[in-house]
Design a protein around this ligand. Structure first.
Ligand code: PMP
Length: 457
């Protein structure tokens, strides 16, 4: 494709495509990047200009773009069955996928309800939790508890339990009101957050007291607590330790409230275990998965639950207890095949150990930033590493959001061929697991350069 046609593609895109999570006016000065091919961890534009996908295509990609095993299984499936509705019908990919998910997810999770994006898997969990209580004679359990800094998606129910104002505020009059409890975020930029020197565990235990109080006060009217185990990704890769999840799971059981684990961003080894709940040896009542589920190829999500909850819906039709939720493409055979191929690859080696090693290497390669005057915090969990930029790093005094310092790092990255899309003033890395150690070092080098230039004035 010639340069001219690259420019034409951008122009046509800006004429008709409303790009997600974007102030479209930015593109008057911020170039839209055309991509025509992906291979491994790299995305290629026209003229073969390439970008290293350090954010795994919005955290979806695990093993690189167009992994040959996923591609070949998809081609086979395309020649076999494209789609059939899942009400009244079933098919081999959805059956095999459900069996395998039941096997690999924690504890007694065994029942799979499919949707086609993460937000709607969260909707399923919220509705199913409340509906369980209705079917069990407790219809007054209508509320949900969410953590500060949470993000669970963009549909109205999922957005309601997302406390991050950036995404939520414009719609707040449309949304049900969750009970928001201060989260255990162990970064140091949050006002009133973890004081320097206090351990993550102590901070999490102290914050848990607020959750315990909320449960004591609201358990009678609360259906479920929803959390993103270990990393609140969208609100800036805020990290917290497993002890909070352990305490939360025990408290939910004690108070008769469901626990929903939204592992949409952190599932499939991202934190260094297959599922983040494993760090705390916790089995939630509902687990939502998406993103990495298909290795980053196709949209598919699932909400898993246990037999006990399933049985509360299992009755004669006339009882009106059935879960009548549906989406047209629920359990689509092609997307389920992409998930099966992804699970095949996951079984091929000890990915959790590999992910932990790569994450450590990246964290080490960024270590000089700990002395940078405009870096407040660097943290790592598995293959997620985040760096908070701040006006006065040591004092954790943030930059005004409008300065868009993180965006400058993104712009620098593009000039070097690295896609490092930030979250506000948090620069983060969430690369595919096939990233080589040399690529890790190079990414760190590009980011360090970018952070120097973004904070120079
Ligand atoms: N939950 C979490 C934790 C997420 O990170 C996201 C997406 N970033 C969602 C839910 C929503 O998923 P989707 O974008 O597929 O609707």
């Amino acid at each position: 494709m010639s340069k001219d046609s690259a420019a034409a593609l951008v122009e046509r895109s800006l004429a008709h495509v409303w790009h997600p999570c974007t102030q479209m006016k930015d593109h008057e000065w911020l170039p839209l990047v055309p991509i025509t091919r992906g291979e491994g961890a790299w995305l290629y534009g026209p003229d073969d200009k390439r970008y290293f996908d350090a954010v795994s295509a919005w955290w979806t990609n695990l093993f690189g773009h167009r992994h040959p095993h996923i591609v070949s299984r998809l081609k086979e499936q395309l020649d076999t069955l494209d789609h059939v509705m899942l009400a009244g019908f079933t098919h081999p990919p959805v059956v095999e996928l459900s069996e395998r998910l039941a096997r690999i997810t924690p504890g007694d999770l065994s029942r799979c309800m499919y949707t086609d994006n993460g937000s709607s898997a969260v909707e399923v969990a919220l509705k199913m939790s409340h509906h369980y209580w209705v079917n069990s004679g407790k219809p007054e359990k209508t509320r949900f508890i969410a953590l500060s800094g949470s993000y669970h998606g963009e549909t109205l129910g999922a957005l309601a339990v997302s406390s991050t104002g950036l995404y939520r505020d414009a719609y707040k009059q449309l949304l049900l009101e969750p009970i928001v409890v201060r989260g255990p975020d162990c970064g140091i930029l949050e006002p009133g957050g973890r004081p320097p020197g206090r351990s993550w565990e102590d901070h999490a235990r102290a914050r848990f007291k607020e959750m315990e109080r909320a449960l004591e006060q609201y358990a009678d009217t609360t259906a479920a607590v929803i959390v993103e185990p270990l990393i609140q990704c969208a609100s800036g890769m805020r990290m917290w330790p497993p002890i909070y999840l352990k305490l939360l799971s025990e408290a939910c059981k004690r108070h008769g409230v469901h626990l929903i684990a939204d592992e949409i961003a952190v599932g499939f080894c991202r934190t260094g275990k297959l599922f983040a709940c494993e760090w705390a040896d916790v089995t939630p009542d509902f687990m939502c998965l998406s993103k990495g589920l298909t290795g980053g190829t196709l949209p598919l999500a699932v909400c898993l639950t246990n037999e006990h909850i399933y049985q509360a819906f299992y009755d004669d039709y006339a009882s009106g207890k059935a879960f009548l939720h549906s989406h047209s493409y629920t359990g689509n055979p092609i997307t389920c095949t992409a998930a099966l191929a992804t699970l095949d690859i996951l079984e091929q080696r000890d990915w959790p150990a590999h992910v932990r090693n790569l994450g450590q290497r990246l964290y080490g390669a960024l270590s000089e930033l700990s002395r940078h005057p405009h870096v407040a915090d660097i943290r790592q969990q598995g293959l997620v590493v985040a760096v908070d930029l701040a006006q006065d790093g040591p004092a954790a005094k943030p930059y005004a959001a409008g300065e868009r310092r993180g965006l400058r790092v993104y712009q620098h990255g593009l000039t070097r061929g690295a896609l490092l899309r930030p979250l506000g003033n948090t620069v983060y890395f969430m690369p595919p697991y096939v990233t080589t150690p040399e690529e890790i070092d190079w990414l760190a080098e590009v980011a360090i350069e970018g952070i120097h230039s973004a904070t120079a004035d």
